[in-house]
Design a protein around this ligand. Structure first.
Ligand code: HEC
Ligand code: HEC
Length: 135
């Protein structure tokens, strides 16, 4: 029985290694999860990205995801990587502007949307509305 037990432990270890190896092959740890990031860090975690999309963008502007993200014409599903809606590129420009204001006027050294320490955020101007009243 002793040998049998040893053998099954070895089998279990071998199985674990096999699972780990195939996981590595199908999804390399350093493969970028998102394919079309031009402002945010390409290796951003899904948690951090979700927080930005929901807290800063959705809540900050009072809109849903599809205000900026276009639907795929064939599937009808939202295609988050697509740049088909102009609002997405405007949002990118707004991200750059927002970071620029923090850097230039508030001396934040490495301002990045979604990080702590920003003085000006989307919400500072938008305050829950997509088109801030500029009058
Ligand atoms: C105000 C516009 C806006 C809203 C609203 C918005 N997004 Fe985004 N989203 C962007 C922009 C801009 C980018 C690209 C950022 C960049 O280039 O660094 C992006 C990128 C993404 C990506 C990465 C896609 C890829 O592979 O490159 C995902 C996923 C995503 N958004 C999900 C969401 C979800 C989910 C919601 C709703 C909860 C949402 N977004 C709401 C503007 C928006
Ligand atoms: C300094 C103030 C300010 C900040 C900060 C700001 N915005 Fe804006 N944003 C505006 C104003 C003003 C308008 C309306 C412009 C207009 O009506 O032509 C606007 C409009 C927009 C629009 C709609 C454009 C359209 O015509 O459809 C989007 C999308 C947007 N902002 C995204 C963002 C996002 C995302 C952030 C944060 C990364 C952000 N903004 C930060 C002032 C700001």
């Amino acid at each position: 029985m002793k040998i049998n037990r040893k053998f099954s432990i070895i089998l279990a270890l071998a199985a674990t290694v096999t699972v780990m190896a195939s996981a590595t092959i199908s999804k390399p740890a350093d493969a970028p999860q998102y394919v079309n990031l031009k402002v945010l860090p390409k290796n951003i975690s899904s948690n951090d990205l979700q927080k930005i999309m929901v807290d800063d963008f959705e809540d900050g502007l009072g809109v849903a995801c599809n205000f900026c993200h276009a639907a795929d014409k064939t599937t009808g599903q939202v295609d988050f990587a697509s740049d088909a809606k102009p609002e997405k590129e405007i949002a990118r420009q707004m991200m750059r502007t927002t970071m620029g204001i923090n850097k230039k006027y508030f001396k934040i050294k490495h301002p990045m949307i979604g990080t702590d320490g920003l003085v000006v955020t989307c919400n500072t101007c938008h305050n829950g509305v997509a088109f801030p009243d500029v009058h």
